[in-house]
Design a binder for this molecule. Structure first.
Ligand code: PBG
Length: 324
Protein backbone atom coordinates (compact mmCIF):
# COMPACT_ATOMS: atom_id res chain seq x y z
CA UNK A 1 0.00 0.00 0.00
CA UNK A 2 1.20 3.47 -0.87
CA UNK A 3 1.64 5.90 1.99
CA UNK A 4 -0.23 8.09 2.64
CA UNK A 5 -3.30 6.38 1.27
CA UNK A 6 -5.08 9.64 0.69
CA UNK A 7 -3.49 13.04 0.26
CA UNK A 8 -6.01 15.65 1.41
CA UNK A 9 -3.67 18.33 0.12
CA UNK A 10 -4.24 17.31 -3.53
CA UNK A 11 -7.45 19.29 -3.68
CA UNK A 12 -6.04 22.23 -1.78
CA UNK A 13 -3.31 22.97 -4.31
CA UNK A 14 -4.94 25.93 -5.98
CA UNK A 15 -7.91 28.20 -5.62
CA UNK A 16 -9.85 26.57 -8.45
CA UNK A 17 -9.75 23.16 -6.75
CA UNK A 18 -10.58 24.78 -3.43
CA UNK A 19 -13.53 26.62 -4.93
CA UNK A 20 -14.77 23.48 -6.68
CA UNK A 21 -15.04 21.55 -3.45
CA UNK A 22 -16.07 24.39 -1.11
CA UNK A 23 -18.95 23.17 1.05
CA UNK A 24 -20.26 26.44 2.40
CA UNK A 25 -21.06 29.70 0.73
CA UNK A 26 -22.17 33.08 1.89
CA UNK A 27 -23.72 35.86 -0.15
CA UNK A 28 -25.32 39.23 0.57
CA UNK A 29 -28.69 37.44 0.13
CA UNK A 30 -28.16 35.83 3.53
CA UNK A 31 -27.44 39.02 5.45
CA UNK A 32 -29.70 41.26 7.52
CA UNK A 33 -28.39 44.65 8.67
CA UNK A 34 -29.51 46.05 12.06
CA UNK A 35 -30.39 49.75 12.21
CA UNK A 36 -30.78 51.93 15.30
CA UNK A 37 -33.29 54.70 14.80
CA UNK A 38 -33.55 57.71 17.09
CA UNK A 39 -35.50 60.97 17.31
CA UNK A 40 -34.27 64.21 15.81
CA UNK A 41 -33.19 65.43 12.40
CA UNK A 42 -29.89 64.96 10.63
CA UNK A 43 -28.62 62.72 13.43
CA UNK A 44 -25.83 60.28 12.67
CA UNK A 45 -24.14 59.32 15.92
CA UNK A 46 -21.49 56.63 16.09
CA UNK A 47 -21.93 54.08 18.89
CA UNK A 48 -18.66 54.31 20.85
CA UNK A 49 -18.38 50.58 21.52
CA UNK A 50 -19.38 49.68 17.95
CA UNK A 51 -17.15 51.59 15.51
CA UNK A 52 -18.84 51.91 12.13
CA UNK A 53 -22.35 51.52 13.60
CA UNK A 54 -24.51 54.64 13.85
CA UNK A 55 -27.70 55.70 15.56
CA UNK A 56 -29.57 57.64 12.92
CA UNK A 57 -32.70 59.76 12.73
CA UNK A 58 -35.64 58.85 10.50
CA UNK A 59 -34.61 61.30 7.76
CA UNK A 60 -31.29 59.46 7.34
CA UNK A 61 -32.95 56.10 6.66
CA UNK A 62 -33.44 56.52 2.92
CA UNK A 63 -29.72 57.06 2.41
CA UNK A 64 -28.94 53.99 4.49
CA UNK A 65 -31.50 51.95 2.54
CA UNK A 66 -30.02 52.96 -0.80
CA UNK A 67 -26.58 51.94 0.40
CA UNK A 68 -27.80 48.54 1.60
CA UNK A 69 -29.74 47.82 -1.58
CA UNK A 70 -26.76 48.91 -3.69
CA UNK A 71 -24.64 46.29 -1.92
CA UNK A 72 -27.26 43.56 -2.29
CA UNK A 73 -28.21 43.62 1.39
CA UNK A 74 -31.96 43.62 0.93
CA UNK A 75 -33.12 43.27 4.52
CA UNK A 76 -32.74 45.34 7.64
CA UNK A 77 -33.95 44.87 11.21
CA UNK A 78 -34.99 47.98 13.11
CA UNK A 79 -34.35 48.93 16.72
CA UNK A 80 -35.76 52.12 18.15
CA UNK A 81 -34.80 54.68 20.75
CA UNK A 82 -38.07 56.37 21.74
CA UNK A 83 -38.56 60.04 22.65
CA UNK A 84 -39.48 58.99 26.15
CA UNK A 85 -39.74 55.81 28.15
CA UNK A 86 -42.35 54.77 30.70
CA UNK A 87 -42.95 51.82 32.99
CA UNK A 88 -45.27 50.11 30.49
CA UNK A 89 -43.17 50.66 27.37
CA UNK A 90 -46.04 52.39 25.60
CA UNK A 91 -43.65 53.90 23.05
CA UNK A 92 -43.27 50.43 21.58
CA UNK A 93 -46.78 50.40 20.12
CA UNK A 94 -47.46 54.13 19.71
CA UNK A 95 -48.99 54.88 16.32
CA UNK A 96 -46.40 57.56 15.68
CA UNK A 97 -43.63 55.84 17.65
CA UNK A 98 -40.07 55.89 16.41
CA UNK A 99 -40.21 52.45 14.76
CA UNK A 100 -43.62 53.08 13.23
CA UNK A 101 -42.28 56.31 11.66
CA UNK A 102 -39.12 54.54 10.53
CA UNK A 103 -41.06 51.76 8.82
CA UNK A 104 -43.25 54.25 6.97
CA UNK A 105 -40.24 56.25 5.85
CA UNK A 106 -38.46 53.16 4.54
CA UNK A 107 -41.54 51.76 2.82
CA UNK A 108 -42.05 55.15 1.23
CA UNK A 109 -38.52 55.88 0.11
CA UNK A 110 -37.13 52.38 -0.44
CA UNK A 111 -40.03 50.01 -1.13
CA UNK A 112 -37.65 47.28 -2.32
CA UNK A 113 -36.03 46.99 1.09
CA UNK A 114 -37.41 44.27 3.35
CA UNK A 115 -38.06 45.75 6.76
CA UNK A 116 -37.99 43.46 9.80
CA UNK A 117 -38.65 44.82 13.26
CA UNK A 118 -37.46 43.77 16.66
CA UNK A 119 -40.48 43.33 18.93
CA UNK A 120 -39.51 43.91 22.55
CA UNK A 121 -40.16 46.41 25.32
CA UNK A 122 -36.69 46.92 26.80
CA UNK A 123 -35.89 49.97 24.69
CA UNK A 124 -39.21 51.55 25.72
CA UNK A 125 -39.46 50.81 29.43
CA UNK A 126 -38.02 53.16 32.04
CA UNK A 127 -36.75 50.15 34.01
CA UNK A 128 -35.09 48.57 30.95
CA UNK A 129 -36.71 45.15 31.32
CA UNK A 130 -38.25 43.37 28.34
CA UNK A 131 -41.77 43.29 29.79
CA UNK A 132 -44.28 44.69 32.25
CA UNK A 133 -43.16 44.62 35.90
CA UNK A 134 -45.52 43.49 38.60
CA UNK A 135 -43.94 43.50 42.07
CA UNK A 136 -40.51 43.99 40.49
CA UNK A 137 -40.88 40.83 38.40
CA UNK A 138 -41.44 40.75 34.61
CA UNK A 139 -44.98 39.42 34.37
CA UNK A 140 -45.22 37.03 31.45
CA UNK A 141 -48.93 37.19 30.68
CA UNK A 142 -49.31 40.92 31.24
CA UNK A 143 -46.49 41.44 28.75
CA UNK A 144 -48.00 39.29 25.99
CA UNK A 145 -50.78 41.72 25.16
CA UNK A 146 -48.36 44.66 24.88
CA UNK A 147 -46.02 42.66 22.65
CA UNK A 148 -48.91 41.67 20.43
CA UNK A 149 -50.04 45.30 20.14
CA UNK A 150 -46.45 46.24 19.28
CA UNK A 151 -46.19 43.63 16.53
CA UNK A 152 -49.57 44.72 15.16
CA UNK A 153 -48.53 48.36 15.11
CA UNK A 154 -45.41 47.41 13.13
CA UNK A 155 -47.53 45.44 10.68
CA UNK A 156 -49.94 48.34 10.28
CA UNK A 157 -47.04 50.70 9.61
CA UNK A 158 -45.91 48.37 6.81
CA UNK A 159 -43.29 46.03 8.30
CA UNK A 160 -42.46 42.94 6.23
CA UNK A 161 -41.56 40.67 9.15
CA UNK A 162 -41.66 40.88 12.95
CA UNK A 163 -39.04 39.41 15.26
CA UNK A 164 -39.99 39.04 18.93
CA UNK A 165 -36.89 39.10 21.15
CA UNK A 166 -38.47 39.39 24.60
CA UNK A 167 -38.40 35.68 25.58
CA UNK A 168 -41.87 35.65 27.17
CA UNK A 169 -43.61 32.27 27.03
CA UNK A 170 -46.41 32.11 24.49
CA UNK A 171 -45.57 35.29 22.64
CA UNK A 172 -45.34 33.75 19.18
CA UNK A 173 -48.87 32.37 19.47
CA UNK A 174 -50.15 35.68 20.81
CA UNK A 175 -48.53 37.63 17.97
CA UNK A 176 -49.64 35.14 15.30
CA UNK A 177 -53.17 35.44 16.68
CA UNK A 178 -53.39 39.21 16.59
CA UNK A 179 -51.78 39.39 13.13
CA UNK A 180 -54.22 36.85 11.70
CA UNK A 181 -57.24 38.54 13.30
CA UNK A 182 -56.19 41.83 11.76
CA UNK A 183 -55.67 40.59 8.26
CA UNK A 184 -51.95 40.01 8.26
CA UNK A 185 -51.94 36.24 7.72
CA UNK A 186 -48.97 36.49 5.38
CA UNK A 187 -46.67 38.40 7.70
CA UNK A 188 -43.88 36.06 8.86
CA UNK A 189 -42.58 35.82 12.42
CA UNK A 190 -38.85 35.38 12.92
CA UNK A 191 -38.72 34.24 16.52
CA UNK A 192 -35.72 34.82 18.73
CA UNK A 193 -36.48 31.26 19.81
CA UNK A 194 -33.18 30.55 21.50
CA UNK A 195 -31.89 33.70 23.10
CA UNK A 196 -29.37 33.38 25.86
CA UNK A 197 -28.83 35.70 28.84
CA UNK A 198 -25.53 36.79 27.37
CA UNK A 199 -22.79 39.24 28.24
CA UNK A 200 -22.21 39.65 24.50
CA UNK A 201 -25.12 42.14 24.33
CA UNK A 202 -23.16 44.82 26.21
CA UNK A 203 -22.49 47.24 23.33
CA UNK A 204 -26.09 46.91 22.07
CA UNK A 205 -27.39 48.03 25.43
CA UNK A 206 -25.24 51.16 25.09
CA UNK A 207 -26.47 51.67 21.54
CA UNK A 208 -30.14 51.23 22.38
CA UNK A 209 -29.92 52.55 25.95
CA UNK A 210 -31.78 49.49 27.22
CA UNK A 211 -29.73 47.98 30.04
CA UNK A 212 -31.97 46.81 32.88
CA UNK A 213 -31.93 49.38 35.69
CA UNK A 214 -32.04 46.66 38.32
CA UNK A 215 -31.27 42.97 38.19
CA UNK A 216 -30.64 41.09 34.97
CA UNK A 217 -32.54 39.16 32.31
CA UNK A 218 -31.83 35.66 33.63
CA UNK A 219 -35.45 35.06 34.62
CA UNK A 220 -36.51 35.19 30.98
CA UNK A 221 -33.47 34.74 28.73
CA UNK A 222 -31.83 31.32 28.60
CA UNK A 223 -28.97 29.92 30.67
CA UNK A 224 -25.83 29.71 28.46
CA UNK A 225 -25.21 26.24 29.91
CA UNK A 226 -28.25 24.68 28.24
CA UNK A 227 -28.85 23.05 24.88
CA UNK A 228 -31.70 20.59 25.56
CA UNK A 229 -33.68 23.60 26.72
CA UNK A 230 -32.88 25.27 23.38
CA UNK A 231 -34.60 22.41 21.57
CA UNK A 232 -37.60 22.77 23.87
CA UNK A 233 -37.81 26.52 23.21
CA UNK A 234 -37.60 25.93 19.47
CA UNK A 235 -40.26 23.20 19.60
CA UNK A 236 -42.61 25.54 21.43
CA UNK A 237 -42.11 28.31 18.88
CA UNK A 238 -42.66 25.97 15.94
CA UNK A 239 -45.92 24.86 17.55
CA UNK A 240 -46.99 28.46 18.05
CA UNK A 241 -46.43 29.36 14.42
CA UNK A 242 -42.91 30.73 14.06
CA UNK A 243 -41.64 30.91 10.48
CA UNK A 244 -37.94 31.31 11.24
CA UNK A 245 -36.02 30.21 14.36
CA UNK A 246 -33.21 32.39 15.62
CA UNK A 247 -30.23 31.54 17.78
CA UNK A 248 -28.54 34.40 19.60
CA UNK A 249 -25.64 35.09 20.17
CA UNK A 250 -23.93 33.22 17.36
CA UNK A 251 -20.24 32.31 17.65
CA UNK A 252 -20.34 30.92 21.17
CA UNK A 253 -23.44 28.90 20.24
CA UNK A 254 -22.45 27.15 17.01
CA UNK A 255 -23.39 23.84 18.58
CA UNK A 256 -26.89 25.16 19.20
CA UNK A 257 -27.25 26.34 15.60
CA UNK A 258 -26.05 22.97 14.40
CA UNK A 259 -28.45 21.03 16.64
CA UNK A 260 -31.39 23.16 15.58
CA UNK A 261 -30.39 22.64 11.94
CA UNK A 262 -30.49 18.86 12.49
CA UNK A 263 -33.72 18.76 14.45
CA UNK A 264 -35.91 21.32 12.67
CA UNK A 265 -36.78 22.00 9.09
CA UNK A 266 -37.61 25.67 9.49
CA UNK A 267 -35.09 28.26 8.29
CA UNK A 268 -32.57 29.22 10.96
CA UNK A 269 -31.20 32.67 11.65
CA UNK A 270 -28.07 33.43 13.66
CA UNK A 271 -27.63 36.82 15.31
CA UNK A 272 -23.96 37.78 15.37
CA UNK A 273 -24.43 40.25 18.20
CA UNK A 274 -22.92 43.54 19.26
CA UNK A 275 -20.22 42.11 21.53
CA UNK A 276 -19.06 39.74 18.83
CA UNK A 277 -18.78 42.68 16.44
CA UNK A 278 -17.05 44.88 19.01
CA UNK A 279 -14.41 42.25 19.84
CA UNK A 280 -13.40 41.85 16.21
CA UNK A 281 -13.35 45.62 15.67
CA UNK A 282 -11.27 46.23 18.79
CA UNK A 283 -8.67 43.58 18.02
CA UNK A 284 -8.45 44.74 14.41
CA UNK A 285 -8.02 48.36 15.49
CA UNK A 286 -5.05 47.26 17.57
CA UNK A 287 -3.55 45.46 14.63
CA UNK A 288 -3.84 42.15 16.49
CA UNK A 289 -5.99 40.41 13.88
CA UNK A 290 -6.92 41.01 10.26
CA UNK A 291 -10.43 42.32 10.85
CA UNK A 292 -11.72 41.62 7.36
CA UNK A 293 -10.53 38.02 7.30
CA UNK A 294 -11.82 37.33 10.81
CA UNK A 295 -15.19 38.82 9.86
CA UNK A 296 -15.39 36.56 6.80
CA UNK A 297 -14.32 33.45 8.70
CA UNK A 298 -16.75 34.18 11.56
CA UNK A 299 -19.78 34.69 9.36
CA UNK A 300 -18.87 31.71 7.19
CA UNK A 301 -18.73 29.54 10.30
CA UNK A 302 -22.33 30.45 11.05
CA UNK A 303 -23.37 29.26 7.61
CA UNK A 304 -21.33 26.07 8.06
CA UNK A 305 -23.05 25.42 11.39
CA UNK A 306 -26.37 25.59 9.57
CA UNK A 307 -27.66 29.15 9.64
CA UNK A 308 -29.60 30.29 6.60
CA UNK A 309 -29.86 33.91 7.68
CA UNK A 310 -27.19 35.97 9.43
CA UNK A 311 -28.06 39.17 11.24
CA UNK A 312 -24.87 41.17 11.55
CA UNK A 313 -23.49 44.67 12.00
CA UNK A 314 -20.92 43.56 9.41
CA UNK A 315 -23.61 43.10 6.72
CA UNK A 316 -22.48 46.03 4.59
CA UNK A 317 -18.75 45.34 5.08
CA UNK A 318 -19.26 41.67 4.29
CA UNK A 319 -21.30 42.46 1.19
CA UNK A 320 -18.59 44.88 0.03
CA UNK A 321 -16.00 42.17 0.43
CA UNK A 322 -18.13 39.60 -1.39
CA UNK A 323 -18.95 41.99 -4.20
CA UNK A 324 -15.23 42.52 -4.64
C1 PBG B 1 -33.86 43.42 22.89
C2 PBG B 1 -32.65 42.98 22.18
C3 PBG B 1 -31.33 42.90 22.64
C4 PBG B 1 -30.55 42.53 21.52
C5 PBG B 1 -31.42 42.38 20.45
N1 PBG B 1 -32.71 42.64 20.89
C6 PBG B 1 -30.74 43.22 23.95
C7 PBG B 1 -31.01 42.37 25.11
O1 PBG B 1 -31.74 41.38 25.06
O2 PBG B 1 -30.50 42.73 26.16
C8 PBG B 1 -29.06 42.37 21.49
C9 PBG B 1 -28.43 42.51 20.15
C10 PBG B 1 -26.97 42.70 20.15
O3 PBG B 1 -26.27 42.58 21.18
O4 PBG B 1 -26.45 42.97 19.07
N2 PBG B 1 -34.32 42.58 23.87
Amino acid sequence: MIFPEYRARRLRQNETFRALIRETSISPDHLVYPLFVMPGKGVREEVPSMPGVFRISVDQLAKEATECLGLGVNSVILFGLPDKKDSKGSGAHAKDGIIQRAIKELKNKAPKLTVCTDVCLCEYTSHGHCGILINEVVDNDATLEVLAQTALSHAQAGADMVAPSDMMDGRVAEIRGILDENNFPMLPIMSYAVKYASAFYGPFRDAAACAPQHGDRKAYQMDPANIREALREATLDVGEGADILMVKPAMAYLDVISRLRDEFDLPIAAYHVSGEYAMIKAAAANGWIDGEKVMHESLLSLRRAGADIIITYFAKDMARLLNG
